[in-house]
Design a protein around this ligand. Structure first.
Ligand SMILES: *Cc1c(COP(=O)(O)O)cnc(C)c1O
Length: 368
């Protein structure tokens, strides 16, 4: 039996039936882009994120580009972001005209915490782009406090962590997507809330920002005039219908992700030669990523056993060819070390129990 890295929950019969019905409704309506389905999705997601507004766009990357555009950054302004993250974070900061400042990961973890961010603050820092990587929201309270103390804007890239939460001293339990002055989300098919194509969203509690995002996603249109130069970043009705259904399934999917993660943690905890991710409260488990020194060898053995794995991320941003110069000379030792050792196991809500057991057995053999 082989175990794929990912299988979409939309292929399961009950979900597929509901998608067919919803998509037929879209066909009949003739309204394919934006419109009532997108509005219904924005309202439903906003309800989940607390007192916030949501604007649907066509990808998580565009959500980041729009969020940074809304900050009106100037050349010389700096935005601190982790080097160990998906490349889109860096692209969006660069496109905003501001200077990206890359920070290291924590020594024992993939994510950057307040301490790593604080090391990169200068008088020119305007914003921090925080990334609850792999679904781990545990660094957000510290980073939010750091931003408050220093008068910085917090942008939260919640692409991998919708469904996660962390605790704020003044607000209690705050869902991921509700932490940032601006928060961005991706509904790429493998994320915790996945579409059947590209889609994304941004959220904020500040209506004036959301008003402007609504205009920017549609060429800067405001009424019948172009108030500013915008983008085509509209969400499709077909994706909005899928995402509305997905919101109904989301808590069940998250519970299943958590059960699989706990099963992995229990089944692998006694192994030497690798470290397991920490089981933190509020984790959304979008990815389950090990660190092991003999990664190449372990990955090859898992492939032989029919278990598909992936590497997030092969290189941190400062080691990407597109970024050197000037970033190539930076020394971010933890990010570089993690990139050599990271190995992601399959984790998706439709994973069968026998598949989970198969992965555990294969990993135990591979590291033996
Ligand atoms: C997936 C992802 C994005 C980009 O989302 P797309 O919808 O693929 O454009 C941005 N940031 C992070 C951390 C991601 O994982």
């Amino acid at each position: 039996m082989s175990v794929p890295f990912f299988r979409s929950s939309w292929k399961e019969p009950e979900a597929a039936d509901r998608v067919s019905t919803a998509w037929t409704r879209v066909l009949d309506s003739g309204c394919f882009i934006l419109g009532p389905a997108v509005q219904r999705f924005e309202t439903a997601l906003a309800r989940r994120l607390g007192p916030r507004q949501v604007v649907g766009v066509n990808s998580g990357t565009d959500a980041l580009v729009l969020a940074l555009r809304l900050l009106d950054l100037k050349p010389g302004d700096e935005v601190v972001l982790p080097s160990y993250t998906f490349f889109a974070c860096f692209e969006a900061v660069l496109r905003s005209g501001a200077q990206p400042v890359l920070c290291d990961s924590a020594p024992d973890d993939f994510i950057a915490r307040a301490q790593e961010v604080a090391a990169k603050l200068t008088p020119r820092t305007r914003a921090v782009l925080a990334v609850p990587l792999f679904g781990d929201a545990s660094a957000l309270p510290g980073i939010a406090q750091l931003c408050r103390d220093n008068g910085l804007i917090l942008v939260e890239d919640a692409a991998q962590a919708l469904g996660a939460h962390a605790w704020a001293p003044d607000r209690g339990r705050v869902p991921v997507g509700g932490w940032g002055d601006l928060s961005t989300m991706s509904f790429y098919p493998t994320k915790t809330l996945g579409a059947i194509g590209d889609a994304g969203a941004l959220s904020s509690a500040r209506p004036e920002l959301m008003e402007r995002a609504l205009s920017l996603r549609n060429h800067g249109l405001s009424g019948s005039v172009h108030a500013e130069v915008g983008y085509n970043s509209r969400m499709d009705a077909l994706q909005a219908e899928v995402l509305l259904l997905g919101l109904e399934f989301l808590d069940g999917w998250l519970a299943r992700r958590q059960a699989i993660a706990r099963h992995y943690l229990a089944g692998l905890s006694d192994l030497h030669g690798m470290s397991l991710p920490a089981d933190r409260e509020g984790h959304a488990w979008n990815c389950f990523v090990l660190r092991c020194a003999r990664r190449g060898d372990v990955q090859a053995r898992l492939a032989e056993a029919g278990v598909e794995t992936k590497i997030y991320y092969e290189r941190p941003i400062h080691r990407q060819p597109a970024c050197r110069p000037p970033f190539g000379e930076m020394d971010l030792p933890h990010a570089s070390a993690h990139a050599r050792e990271a190995l992601a196991l399959p984790i998706f809500p439709g994973m069968h129990e026998v598949e989970v057991e198969r992965v555990i057995a294969a990993v135990r053999q591979a590291v033996a």
